[in-house]
Ligand binder design. Structure first.
Ligand SMILES: [Zn+2]
Length: 373
């Protein structure tokens, strides 16, 4: 199993700015349809957008039931409700009392069900399908190809070599309504399904909990998270050390808005030593999330004078962890495949190159890199 495939999926899941839960539905639908194919003994190479839409409806179907007496939203506040949920909800209401399972509802009202699938198919063709593999503004095809494209927010097409999607052309069959899986994707999705499914469920749940301000996240945060309060004793000294500036973009940040960030992400390795901490502003911290950093942020991080950090750690009675953090970091970067998207500053993700990997490992391992001691 090549790790690059898994890493790219993780990046895709970790990426911020999810305004709806469609990407989770799309990924789960792909996994389900591949498993189904494998169950028939067939390697899945193409999936029609219709098949996908039917699977998506089945996934969202239970989500339209009330949870503890309330309807849950699956879009960010102010974005309007997810149109897929709205369509399913309307259809369910029309076919009640046959709405227990999508299959029963489809039998009770075949035309209504067909219209529902049409609507969901069009949403997915227009939004998550062409967008899913765009990471950091660039398209990185590793799951499937389609033969249409859409405009990005800038107005430029995601893929200029493809015709722009129009409803008319799509309905007229001028744009093939299939996703062509790239070589090896079928077996990888089948092989990883048992790991991916609970991970996607977890993240989907988290996002819905956030969107609806439910307390579901609190227990995991309590058990495995790191609260801001815990890191408060080193916030001001680090902020001082950085001259009141965000470590990543260099912008001035008031102390009250400064956030302590783990350079080697907390989700990868729970390391609170000073060596692993910097202070960042909110937007940089939010953009970095759980990504590993590329050479651009690493270079100034590695160049931090060790003497300053030692003093800071002693004054705050905090572990320093110089050698431990660097060797753990080296493990993380050594096991990374070239091409793996790394964070390079606010909004910038780009793949790791061979040269860069060599440079990072050498810098992490060399005592001289700890320079200026
Ligand atoms: Zn910043």
């Amino acid at each position: 199993m090549d790790t690059l495939f898994l890493e790219r999926l993780l990046v895709l899941l970790a990426r911020g700015s999810f305004t709806t839960t469609y990407k989770y539905a799309l990924l789960l639908a792909l996994i389900d349809l591949n498993l189904e194919g494998a169950g028939r003994g067939a390697e899945v190479t193409t999936i029609t957008t219709r098949q996908l839409a039917e699977r998506v409806v089945a996934l969202y179907w239970p989500h339209t039931r009330p949870f503890q007496g309330r309807e849950l939203s699956q879009s960010r506040a102010g974005q309007g409700e997810s149109s897929v949920l709205r369509s399913i909800f309307t259809f369910r209401r029309a076919v009640a009392p046959h709405d227990g399972l999508p299959q029963r509802a489809a039998k009770a009202d075949p035309e209504g069900y067909d219209r529902l699938i049409d609507e969901v198919e069009w949403v997915f063709v227009r939004e998550p399908i062409p967008r899913l593999q765009v990471i950091g503004g660039a398209q990185d095809l590793f799951l499937y190809r389609v033969e249409w494209t859409i405009q990005q927010n800038s107005g430029a097409p995601i893929d200029p070599s493809l015709p722009l999607l129009t409803r008319r052309a799509f309905r007229a069959g001028e744009l093939p309504n299939v996703l062509r899986l790239l070589p090896g994707v079928h077996e990888r999705l089948v092989g990883l399904a048992a790991v991916l499914r609970p991970l996607i469920h977890r993240q989907w749940t988290d996002l819905v909990a956030q969107m609806n301000r439910l307390p579901e996240r609190a227990l995991e945060d309590h058990l495995f998270g790191r609260s801001r309060e815990d890191l408060l004793p080193v916030r001001e000294p680090l902020w001082d050390l950085q001259g009141g500036r965000c470590f990543y973009c260099g912008g001035a940040v008031p102390l009250a808005q400064a956030q302590v960030d783990h350079v080697l992400p907390w989700s990868r390795f729970a390391e609170d030593a000073i060596e692993n901490l910097v202070v960042a502003d909110g937007p940089c911290n939010l953009s970095k999330r759980d990504f590993l950093a590329g050479r651009e942020p690493l270079e100034p991080w590695l160049a931090r004078p060790r003497r300053d950090l030692t003093q800071l750690a002693e004054a705050a009675d905090w572990p320093q962890g110089h050698d431990r953090v660097r060797s753990t970091c080296a493990v993380a970067y050594r096991h990374m495949s070239p091409g793996m998207p790394l964070w390079r500053g606010r909004g910038a993700l780009r793949g790791l190159s061979d040269d860069e990997q060599r440079w990072i490992l050498a810098a992490l391992m060399s005592p001289a890199a700890a320079s200026t001691v």
